[in-house]
Ligand binder design. Structure first.
Ligand SMILES: C[S@@+](CC[C@H](N)C(=O)[O-])C[C@H]1O[C@@H](n2cnc3c(N)ncnc32)[C@H](O)[C@@H]1O
Length: 337
């Protein structure tokens, strides 16, 4: 298992090495371990070294260390892994596209890696906390959909839907509980895949961006559940707050919302930045709660903030209040495992 705790990562012995020389030594060690076929140990060495380096220097110095990582021969080896490679190469113009999510979900994808690349891929997808947390997020959303109060008139909106793979895990569609599940995304290829895989009268697609949602140019109607997974980590705080406020206005009274964000304790952030060129905005529970503080909003919301078991993704879930408070369901009830 690849497990990195920031407090247990090796630290540079004081006075004996610069962060740069110490990191290079650990990159050398990890490189040797990978080439010897000890892939899990090599990745553990690497993740711990990057975690320590990232947390021990300021942002500018970390960016210099990232350059060091990319010039080290380990970088070429790591880019034999199709997940790391796709993130770095950005074939759709950004890191973290829905094809990468498919890889993490264990779904079929096109790639023809070397044996070592394949082993690195397997280790990252099976053992990293980030991969486990992303799969858990998918199940958690599917469970939230299935726990929505019954009926056949539910309208759901996924903002930045990607391929809407959570829909595969739900029973609500086959049970006829959903009237419409709208997938909104700015990536045309992702929406094409949604239509190819699931398109029908229930699952529909809307090509649109957060900017368009905020400008009010997209008129999507009211929903029983509005959520965004894999999006808030790309949004600055002012945009995230504005989007959240807009999401709440799209809810029917009693409607639920969910947003997810990678946490500041994400153990693989150093790897993602250094070798995947995948830079996210990490938030902790307090920062998530602060996002929910929307002074001036005419709406009352009942919010719960919690972090997953890997301390990798933080969630804010809740509901727009009803006048009839007896029919309230708490945010946590929405997302009970
Ligand atoms: C990491 S994927 C998440 C996909 C899906 N929600 C999931 O959890 O599997 C991120 C998605 O966000 C979309 N996205 C990113 N920024 C966006 C924006 N400003 N407006 C609309 N979609 C956006 C991308 O196109 C991509 O499909």
């Amino acid at each position: 298992m690849i497990s990195v705790q920031p407090q247990t990562a090796p630290s540079s012995p004081p006075g004996t090495a610069t962060p740069r020389s110490y990191l290079v030594k650990l990159l050398d060690d990890a490189y040797d371990q990978l080439l010897q076929g000890d892939v899990v140990r090599g990745l553990e060495t690497l993740m711990a070294a990057l975690c320590e380096a990232r947390s021990s220097v300021h942002e500018g110095a970390w960016k210099e260390l990232v350059s060091v990582c990319r010039q080290h021969p380990i970088c070429t080896v790591l880019h034999e892994d199709p997940l790391t490679n796709r993130s770095f190469a950005r074939p759709r113009g950004y890191a973290g596209d829905a094809v990468m999510l498919d890889m993490i979900y264990g779904l079929p994808h096109q790639s023809d890696p070397s044996d070592l690349g394949s082993s690195i891929f397997q280790a990252l997808v099976e053992h990293c906390n980030t991969s486990k947390a992303v799969r858990h997020r998918r199940s958690l959303i599917a469970g939230a959909v299935d726990r929505m109060p019954g009926g056949s008139q539910l309208r759901i909106l996924s903002i930045a839907s990607g391929h809407l793979r959570e829909s595969e895990l739900t029973n609500a569609i086959k049970d006829g509980a959903i009237k419409e599940w709208v997938c909104l995304d700015q990536d045309a290829d992702s929406l094409l895949e949604c239509v190819r895989a699931y398109g029908n009268q229930v699952i529909t697609t809307v090509s649109g961006s957060v900017r368009q949602v905020l400008s009010g140019k997209l008129s999507l109607g009211e929903f029983d559940f509005v959520y965004a997974a894999g999006l808030f980590d790309y949004l600055s705080t002012p945009v995230a707050r504005a989007l959240l406020a807009r999401m709440l206005t799209m809810l029917r009274p009693g409607g639920k919302f969910l947003v997810a964000n990678f946490t500041t304790t994400c153990a693989e952030a150093g790897y993602m930045e250094a070798f995947m060129d995948w830079w996210l905005i990490y938030r902790d529970e307090l920062q998530m709660k602060a996002l929910m503080d929307l002074p001036g909003s005419p709406l009352t919301v009942n919010v719960q903030v919690f972090t997953d078991p890997w301390k990798t993704i933080v969630y804010a879930v809740g509901e727009r209040s009803l006048h009839d408070t007896n029919s309230r369901m708490s945010g946590l009830a929405l997302c009970e495992a």
